[in-house]
Design a protein around this ligand. Sequence first.
Ligand SMILES: [Fe+2]
Length: 337
Amino acid sequence: MAKISDGYDPGPGISHAGSISLGTKDIEKSLWFFRDVLGMEEVERDGNVAYLRAYQELRHHSLVLREQDEAVVNAFSMRTRRAQDVELFYEHLQREEIEAVEIPAGTEKGRGTAVRFLLPGGEHPFELYFDMDKTEAPEEIQSRLPSNSSTRRGLGVRRLDHFNVQTSPQTINQTEQWAREHLGLKRREFAYLPDHPGTLMASWTSVSSQMHDVAFVANRLEKTGQMHHVAYNLENMSDALTAADILRDLDVSFGVGPGKHGIGQAMYLYVHDPGSDHRVELYASGYQIFDEDWEAIEWRPEDFPEGLTWYGDPIDTTPGSRGRDTTGTAGLRNPLL
Ligand SMILES: [Fe+2]
């Protein structure tokens, strides 16, 4: 048996989906949506960039809003397991001949050094980081619960939950396989395209006990680099029903939901940020995975509609957001630089 003194090192790893950077054409409208309606805290403002977090997030931010001409996704950011993993991933990407750039500490406020690259095949801009400040909320919104950074407000989103990204049917297998082999994401549930056996229609993957931290979906428009939605977590299923009532009165469009997924078994409500039009899923409950030897569950074509929607409206599977602002590796350019 190996001893600790043997110096075994599992190599770099990912901990969870940590934050997302969204472009918006109207930051004030987006702030109204995320801060005043969803109840997130605006932690810091830096010119045309705002940093927000949900009430159970102790670190500086899980959402960056940047006012810009195109409402694209600027970065999907995942936190690494250890501080040294950021550099180890950078070296790994270089060995794999994948172009990567270092994002200096502080480029995103409150965050340490990150490495940025385009996901092979999908070309979504991913950033890996470890250090992020723990930040105290202003006294007037501090919670008496030390596990909450602030009091529960608005619709009460409590933390970022997952990303749902889309790429073309020609690239989805490569993208998903690369993410499993190099980022350590594990396939939890999946389905093949009915008319292209062996080509993924969707794969739900995670490194945490959640059923998914990142979902990969084939895009019938054959576009790479798309985002379908980013999900924020609610404590209770009934919170999604309350959200629907409140959003209806505020005249914020939600196309689909409230309903329940068969895949993942969570309650959903899909709503669009009126400032950016990015799709946000309000997500509650769902099952957890603790078995290390979990076997991925396949959804057959005839069962797939129930997988997407166990009950509620059928899901609009068209992409909502482009995941990069330019084509090719030019997307590596960090919008905050
Ligand atoms: Fe989702």
